[in-house]
Write a new protein. Structure first.
Length: 360
């Protein structure tokens, strides 16, 4: 796609002088684009297979980023680097549709920033925890009824396991036989993986406005100071569980391994990283979380890890149609690594809970 044609629909007629395809995320197609007036933007093609209603999705994002911007302004805090800022297209929408019927959005590139796929520095991990906890606080007085559900049942682990079973039954690509043992291992952990969803269904856990995709590479950090800047990737901001936001970050930010690590000896939860993240997260959230929420933070890490792994396995069985792969078989490797990590977290559940109590 000719990005300059898309930019024109946003009213930007300058010449593109740099164009970089950023391949970090698993879902959208993302470019950093610099124009000849030195202005830099992210231009992102929204994944229509994943997000069936990009218009409602953009409405959610504009409402929540505007809310956060107003909160920052009210507190006399700087805005530019701390919240995403989207460009309005010539037709007044915050998205455009190209000649191939693809949806694009454009927003300011936050310069002098970086993201981490694996985090090793304890200060940065604590800052990551702070960023996601703070994000939840910034939206604590946002009216959740204004938000559409951009992916129905996104963290409904009961339905995630049902999807896995359906993919096995269909076995469209004849892949099941080769992953039978892995599949059986996942099913053995269905009870623990679905516990929090059952608690939610029994009103034992409250719904809040949450991010729902708190992978550690969805926070930008200042390149020099490592200060947390904006939380990004807002497509899944909708009602959810605090423990799932906490847990999905632990899955990536407190693990020793990359998500697609293939050496089992390198895959484990690092408790020091867990402590650092929890310290940052609890700074802003500890006074608002209920007892049940606090008691299930660590369980949230197990839940998110096994849910994510089961989703990778489902995608493998369905022919790798959901998550971008950088090489063939990557989803299967991810499914294997998340199982090992999830099991290690189960062994460390008591230690994780003890750390949380200690921090409180
Ligand atoms: P995906 O939904 O595919 O994960 P993201 O929205 O997370 O896509 O963007 C992918 C990557 O692009 C991020 O991990 C980050 O490195 C970079 N990025 C996204 N938005 C910005 C921004 N406003 N400024 C700087 N970098 C960004
Ligand atoms: C996707 O978009 P990205 O790469 O931050 C996925 C998450 C998964 C994650 C696994 C909308 O996140 O739910 O946990 O991959 N996002 C969506 O790495 O499905
Ligand atoms: Mg992302």
């Amino acid at each position: 796609m000719d990005l300059s044609k898309v930019a024109k629909l946003f009213g930007i007629n300058n010449k593109i002088v740099e164009e970089e395809h950023i391949t970090i995320g698993h879902i959208n197609v993302t470019y950093r684009v610099k124009f000849d007036d030195d202005k830099e933007y992210i231009m992102q093609r929204i994944n229509k297979y994943v997000f069936k209603d990009p218009v409602s999705l953009m409405n959610n994002i504009i409402l929540t980023t505007t809310h956060i911007r107003n909160e920052l302004t009210r507190k006399n805090m700087p805005v530019d680097r701390y919240v995403l800022s989207f460009i309005k297209a010539l037709d007044g929408n915050y998205y455009v549709i190209d000649s191939e019927n693809e949806y694009w959005r454009m927003y300011h590139y936050i310069t002098h920033s970086l993201t981490y796929n694996v985090m090793d520095n304890m200060d940065i991990i604590e800052n990551c925890g702070y960023a996601f906890g703070n994000f939840q606080c910034q939206l604590s007085n946002f009216n959740a009824s204004l938000l559409s559900e951009t992916i129905p049942n996104f963290h409904n682990t009961i339905s995630r396991f049902e999807n896995l079973k359906k993919a096995k039954e269909k076995d469209e690509f004849n892949r099941f036989e080769s992953v039978k043992d892995l599949y059986d291992e996942y099913l053995k952990l269905e009870e623990i993986s679905t516990r929090m969803t059952r608690m939610l269904n029994n009103n034992e856990l409250p719904l809040r406005v949450t991010h729902n995709d708190t992978k550690c590479n969805n926070v930008l950090f200042d390149l020099t100071t490592n200060e947390p800047l904006s939380v990004i990737d807002l497509d899944t901001v909708m009602p959810g569980l605090a423990g799932f936001d906490f847990g999905d970050s632990i899955r990536t930010g407190a693990a020793n391994n990359r998500e697609d690590e293939s050496d089992p000896t390198k895959i484990y939860l690092c408790l020091d990283k867990f402590r650092a993240f929890a310290k940052g997260f609890l700074k802003t959230t500890k006074d608002s979380l209920t007892k049940n929420e606090i008691d299930t933070l660590a369980l949230g890490a197990i839940t998110m890890t096994l849910e994510c792994g089961s989703r990778f396995l489902t995608d493998y069985l369905e022919g790798d149609v959901y998550f971008h792969e950088k090489y063939k078989g990557q989803n299967l490797i991810r499914a294997k690594s998340q199982l090992i990590l999830g099991k290690d977290m189960i062994n460390k559940l008591d230690q994780m809970n003890a750390i949380i109590q200690e921090l409180l």
